[in-house]
Design a protein around this ligand. Structure first.
Ligand SMILES: *Cc1c(COP(=O)(O)O)cnc(C)c1O
Length: 411
């Protein structure tokens, strides 16, 4: 059946929509607790992608023949689905990119062209490397100054420090809405209001937030918002840059090539309006359609119920973890979602993850592309269990089994 058209199911049945979750690993049904790195795909997304390629595949926007017009319609439908999903004002505010990383690079390189030495960009300690490195390039190329908002002891963002960093020198603020390393939720609407008051633009990195929160870009008020398809139950190779119409209009082209131009001669080239201006070359057609299918799939679920379910799993896991001696939980911000970052005394996170793997439990161990956050935590790495709506209490039990196994083996 197509995504989003199925009968409403009980939460415990949702796992059945994801073929990979029925696989076994080392003799046990997989307990997949690494959705923050990449989520599993429902069958209807896989089917939607197969269907484009088997039923009417062609390049988009060019052909006058049936295959091409059908594929173009499906591709542009996906843009409309993304626009509705984020509550953008129009489809033209949605640019397809390869992932969040490319979306942030697109904005940083465009914004960078109008910045000069001494201009300031504010980031936070909670950022993923994808929202640090592109801005660091501007520090190297332009001499802009990067200011960093610290986290507080409870691992929430220090909003009063943010306010102190804001000044007339602040030209841009790039901030995550939810930390992938800790699960901390950041009050982005508040940040946007304060940044706009000093004339700075704001990019919100929604890579994690779109999965676990209700996102409304108009309510947040940000100039730019990015997310990545593969964490939202869609395929890899497709990401989204939302830009408010005026903000996108002010941005110069990123990559040059076909599809983004108006007229080309060797003397002068003119460009299309956004979003086409930022979509040089043949786009990720099948992947964009897959992302649209993932959004349809989510549209068929009770969003409030699935977010509550994720919170329940997180709280349940946390309450069990904190009573186990030798376990340190790093995810402690009052506002947090879906992510449990922890360590087990004297055991390297990689060893924890490999013991878990022997039990068929998939968790991530490492710095989670967030070395500044790790530095503040005073560690090199953590173990991270992340929850999606398809996880169940059984997965929480498995997590506990893993913890006790590690303790037995190492302590
Ligand atoms: C995963 C992630 C990114 C990068 O996503 P890509 O798909 O690798 O581009 C950026 N920011 C956050 C918060 C993330 O979780």
């Amino acid at each position: 059946m197509a995504c989003g058209l199925k009968a409403v199911k009980s939460l415990n049945d949702l796992k059945l929509d994801f073929p990979a979750l029925a696989q076994s690993v080392n003799g046990r049904m997989v307990a997949y607790l690494d959705s923050a790195a990449s989520a599993q795909k429902p069958k209807c997304v896989i089917d939607a992608m197969t269907s484009v390629m088997t039923d009417h595949y062609a390049n988009v926007h060019r052909g006058i023949y049936t295959f091409s017009s059908k594929t173009s319609v499906a591709f542009e439908d996906s843009r409309r689905k993304v626009a509705r999903f984020l509550n953008a004002k129009s489809d033209e505010e949605i640019v397809f990119t390869r992932n969040s990383t490319e979306a942030i690079n697109l904005v940083a390189s465009g914004i960078g062209q109008s910045l000069k030495a001494g201009d300031e960009i504010i980031l936070t300690e909670l950022e993923h490397h994808a929202n640090i490195v592109p801005w660091y390039f501007l520090k190297e190329q332009k001499g802009v100054v990067l200011r960093v908002v610290p986290m507080k002891v409870d691992r929430s963002l220090d909003m009063s420090a943010f306010e102190k960093l804001l000044s007339s020198k602040t030209k841009f603020v790039a901030v995550t809405q939810m930390s992938n390393a800790l699960g901390t939720i950041v009050p982005v609407a508040d940040i946007v209001r304060k940044a706009h008051a000093v004339g700075a633009k704001v990019l919100v990195d929604g890579s994690q937030a779109v999965v676990h929160l209700d996102v409304d870009v108009q309510e947040i008020g940000c100039d730019f918002y990015v997310f990545t398809g593969h964490k939202l139950y869609g395929p890899t190779g497709i990401g989204v840059l939302y830009g408010r119409t005026d903000a996108l209009n002010e941005l110069p082209p990123y990559q040059g090539g076909g599809e983004m131009i108006d007229k080309v001669s060797f003397e002068k080239i003119t460009f299309k309006e956004p979003p086409a201006r930022f979509e040089a070359g043949t786009p990720a057609i099948v992947e964009a359609i897959g992302l649209g299918a993932a959004i349809d799939y989510l549209g068929g679920l009770d969003t409030e119920a699935i977010h509550e379910h994720e919170q329940m799993l997180l709280r349940e896991a946390e309450s069990r973890f904190v009573v186990v001696s030798g376990v340190t939980v790093f995810s402690t911000a009052p506002e947090r979602a879906a992510i449990l970052s922890f360590s087990i005394d004297k055991v390297h996170p990689h060893d924890v993850a490999s013991v878990f793997d022997q039990l068929g439990i998939a968790v991530r161990a490492g710095n989670h592309c967030a070395q500044p956050a790790m530095k503040t935590l005073g560690v090199q790495a953590t173990v991270r269990a992340s929850f999606a709506f398809y996880n169940t209490m059984d997965d929480v039990e498995r997590l506990m089994e893993g913890v006790y196994k590690v303790k037995k083996l190492f302590l």
